[in-house]
Design a protein around this ligand. Structure first.
Ligand SMILES: CC(C)(COP(=O)(O)OP(=O)(O)OC[C@H]1O[C@@H](n2cnc3c(N)ncnc32)[C@H](O)[C@@H]1OP(=O)(O)O)[C@@H](O)C(=O)NCCC(=O)NCCS
Length: 163
């Protein structure tokens, strides 16, 4: 199916929150003001995927440090000495699943020549998505960040080398 990927804009937030609501159980829903602050903190690394009916997927990311976890519902704190693109939240609306949109969103930020050019990428895999992320070269990685404890059981911190 045809879809486009573009930078996320403030006007997209209502649709982004609808996708979040469709993709996560209540304990994992993040507050609208936190989501909005994240876009303001890292506009260069937050993107949406759109189909003919509008926004149907998104990816929030920001420059961080390897080993650091963003707690659920916490604002982004971009690192001045970043070495890692932290992918905080990737979600695709049920209407658009299985059509390569998640792959396109990830490739948009991690594909060759993309900026910022950081040595690593990392994330917390939730909802049985570790195998999905493994397909992009991510593997379980040690972290002692206390933010991981706030995630549901089964969440896995994963990282990869970007090159
Ligand atoms: C995980 C998610 C983003 C995948 O979206 P999608 O648009 O259906 O994924 P794509 O169509 O781009 O699939 C890309 C590849 O991953 C595979 N894949 C998709 N979901 C998968 C999963 N849960 N486990 C393993 N592989 C998966 C696809 O088969 C495809 O493989 P292929 O290219 O070899 O055919 C989507 O299921 C989702 O939004 N889930 C709810 C939110 C969530 O839990 N996000 C993870 C946050 S860490």
């Amino acid at each position: 199916m045809f879809h486009t990927i573009r930078p996320m804009l403030p006007d997209d937030l209502a649709a982004v929150l609808r996708v979040q609501a469709a993709c996560y159980p209540p304990p994992m829903q993040e507050a609208p003001d936190v989501v909005s602050m994240r876009l303001r903190a890292a506009p260069a690394t937050c993107v949406v995927g759109c189909d003919g009916d509008g926004v149907c997927g998104y990816l929030f990311a920001y420059p961080s440090r390897l080993g650091r976890v963003t707690a659920l519902d916490a604002p982004f704190a971009p690192a001045p000495d970043a070495d890692t693109l932290y992918l905080h939240d990737l979600a695709v609306d049920p209407r658009a699943l299985g059509r390569g949109l998640a792959r396109s969103l990830v490739a948009h930020l991690l594909g060759p020549g993309q900026r910022p050019a950081l040595a690593h990428a990392a994330l917390v895999a939730v909802q049985d998505s570790a195998r999905f992320w493994g397909g992009f070269g991510f593997a379980a990685h040690a972290t002692d960040d206390p933010g991981l404890a706030g995630y549901p059981p089964g969440a896995v911190y994963m990282a990869r080398l970007n090159c």
